[in-house]
Design a protein around this ligand. Structure first.
Ligand code: ADP
Ligand code: TRP
Length: 332
């Protein structure tokens, strides 16, 4: 039986963090055995914010190295750079013909960007979801492991697929968000303001490249409060976030201890953070060290990218030929 097709991408806009790891990469790693996987560095998507050309390559190679250090095996999956697969921008162009200005302007991530950078509302930003749909549909993927923040973009990818199918012929499957055990994870930043992110609030985001001391420092500074005043109180979201991080990295019996202390109103957040800092540092350490080794071996990373692009183009060229034909672009 042929395996289900999976696609996901991460923008090369900075250092990877715990949100990327638990929201996305951990799922990639679990999927690599049983699915036909295409994972890529979304370097075109990163261009919407005009990164320094001198830094682009380092960023792409770092994202690649951090993915491999997190457990992705380039022999099992296609691991590539978006810009190495020209069929993607071609499909993006075709899909743009059925993507409407009104719907694109309504996308919350677009509205956020307009608010944050009113002087840089470029067409690449507006059509960001169309390029993302092209990334997915180019392999006719059915499953897309992404964090909660990407659900709206996935819905748009389904709309674009449906529209194409309706206008021409049944061709693209409708891709769905995928996560083991069915709940998408969102890791908040440690000060409780928004999500951990590559590009904002670095002091409150834990990166896979942070050393032990920095991890400990950041966690010890994480937002807490005076503690619950009644038994079994509802947790504020920043406390919930600490428990989530603990659940993801510490032993279950340790989480149980702090959870019951919380429920009994005798929790000491200082102790909890100390424990979490230890466990988090131990968790990140092997990933950081392996990624650093890989980044020194540029020849290896280049080889991996080339091999990934070949696998991706083999699948992408079949789709683009099919899409062109259905649209009537077959003159010879
Ligand atoms: P960032 O927002 O940090 O620049 P990307 O937009 O490149 O990261 O996202 C790459 C993947 O990581 C996506 O699947 C996204 O859903 C996931 N992701 C990013 N931040 C978080 C977070 N704080 N919590 C959970 N998942 C996240
Ligand atoms: N937009 C995604 C993000 O910001 C990154 C991305 C680009 C992606 N293309 C994709 C994710 C295709 C999944 C599938 O996180």
């Amino acid at each position: 039986m042929s395996k289900e097709i999976v696609v996901s991408g991460i923008r090369s806009t900075g250092h990877l963090h715990l949100g990327n790891y638990f929201g996305a990469i951990q799922n990639y790693v679990m999927m690599q055995e049983n699915y036909d996987c295409y994972f890529f560095v979304a370097d075109y998507h990163a261009l919407t914010t005009h990164p320094d050309p001198k830094e682009l390559k380092t960023n792409v190679f770092r994202v690649l190295a951090e993915n491999i250090a997190s457990g992705l095996d380039p022999e099992k999956v296609a691991l590539y750079a978006q810009s190495d697969v020209p069929e993607i921008p071609e499909l993006y162009l075709l899909l743009n013909m059925s993507a409407y200005k009104g719907e694109l302007e309504k996308v919350p991530t677009f509205k956020d960007k307009v608010r944050q950078h009113p002087d840089n509302v470029n067409a690449g930003l507006l059509t960001y979801p169309v390029l993302m749909a092209a990334d997915i549909l180019i392999h006719r993927a059915v499953k897309v492991p992404v964090g909660k923040d990407q659900e709206q973009h996935l819905e748009m990818a389904r709309n674009f697929a449906q529209r194409f199918n309706g206008r021409y012929s049944e061709f693209f499957p409708e891709p769905q968000v995928f996560r083991f055990n069915n709940d998408t994870v969102k890791i908040m930043s440690l000060d409780g303001n928004g999500k951990m992110s590559k590009s904002e609030n670095a002091n409150n985001t834990i990166f896979l490249s942070d050393d032990d001391d920095l991890i400990k420092k950041k966690i010890m500074k994480a937002k807490t409060d005076a503690g619950p005043t009644e038994p079994n109180a509802v947790m504020p979201d920043y406390i919930q976030n600490l428990f989530l991080l603990m659940h993801l990295t510490s032993k279950p019996e340790i989480v149980d201890i702090y959870r019951s202390q919380y429920n009994n109103c005798n929790i000491r957040y200082g102790d909890m953070k100390k424990q979490l800092a230890e466990d988090m540092a131990a968790f990140v350490r092997p990933i950081r060290e392996h990624a650093a080794e890989l980044q020194k071996d540029e020849a290896l990373l280049k080889k991996i990218l080339k091999q990934g692009a070949e696998k991706a183009r083999a699948s992408a060229s079949v789709t683009i030929d099919g899409a062109r034909k259905l649209m009537g672009i077959n003159y010879y």
